[in-house]
Design a protein around this ligand. Structure first.
Ligand code: IDC
Length: 273
């Protein structure tokens, strides 16, 4: 499961909320720390404290946990590369002995950004910062067009071990074409991780597109590809797993779950049993 933006819905990334998510069968929690939109770049200390609290809670619950540098309105990761280096360096130092921690270094590059000029050199710098403390941790790398251009990464991959590439999809917007692209990248040997997907359209609303979501999850299961669903919060939008007013700490009853949450949590329970 993925959190929503910690600066807005941090109450749904508390130790209790994470434990409740684990109870539903989730074995990975993604901590989405926006950089812009009032996130880390405006309040680095409090955001970092929220991140480490959530990471510690996920580890406590025997989950994997993804530390997500959630670029979005700031579409070119190079814009804030030095902030990313110091943030990830601190995280890798703190979690150097914690194999459960994965580092997602750029949520969704977008706008006039290229793989070769922007994302790849950014990744090289941030990977180096992480590797200084954590030589083997799994690092997840995004790609242009909101982490859909994995073909560009497949054609010109990074050097190094334990690197994976993220692919993001929204069931109401993306379908067979993107799955074909995934199969092509897998055939080229590119390791993939779906660190964010939603049952909605790409704007977070519309639908809910559960049939399309089922096709997607079956496709991922057949290929052994991990995923995190966007998002654990009670915002009034299709992609939110909880209905408005659901208790932030859980546990959640069936009536607290949105149609999206009911679908996603039933898939988690099925996978965990
Ligand atoms: C959306 C949230 C929405 C918020 C918006 C802007 O669901 O509440 O107002 O961001 O911050 C992504 C992004 C993710 C988006 C999501 C849905 O990673 O931050 O969340 N989405 O639009 N990529 C594709 C879709």
């Amino acid at each position: 499961m993925s959190s929503h933006g910690l600066q807005w819905y941090g109450q749904f990334a508390s130790a209790q909320a994470i434990a409740a998510t684990a109870e539903y069968g989730a074995n990975v929690f993604r901590v989405a720390m926006y950089t812009g939109e009032g996130g880390y770049l405006s309040q680095p200390q409090s955001m970092q404290a929220q991140v480490t609290a959530a990471v510690d809670a996920a580890i406590e619950n025997d989950m994997y946990v993804i530390i997500d540098w959630h670029i979005l309105s700031d579409g070119n990761p190079m814009e804030n590369v030095s902030h990313a280096e110091s943030f990830f360096s601190a995280m890798a130092q703190r979690y150097q002995n914690a194999p459960a921690v994965l580092y997602e270094i750029c949520n969704e590059p977008n706008g006039s950004v290229t793989w070769g000029r922007d994302v790849k050199p950014y990744a090289q710098r941030v990977i180096q910062a992480i590797r200084a403390y954590s030589p083997r941790a799994v690092i997840l790398v995004g790609s242009p067009t909101w982490s859909q251009d994995i073909h560009l990464a497949a054609a010109d991959p990074l050097e190094g071990e334990n690197l994976m590439y993220t692919l993001h999809f929204y069931a109401g917007t993306h379908g067979a074409q993107l799955r074909t692209r995934m199969d092509a990248a897998l055939a080229q040997g590119l390791p993939l991780f779906v660190s964010e997907w939603g049952t909605s359209r790409a704007d977070g609303s519309g639908g809910v597109f559960l049939e399309q979501a089922e096709t997607w999850l079956d496709f991922l299961d057949q290929r052994g590809i991990s995923w995190c669903n966007w998002s654990l919060c009670d915002k009034s939008e299709t992609s939110a797993a909880l209905r408005p007013g659901a208790p932030p700490k859980g546990p959640w009853s069936q009536s607290d779950l949105s149609p999206s949450g009911a679908f996603v949590f039933s898939r988690l329970s099925a996978a965990g049993s």
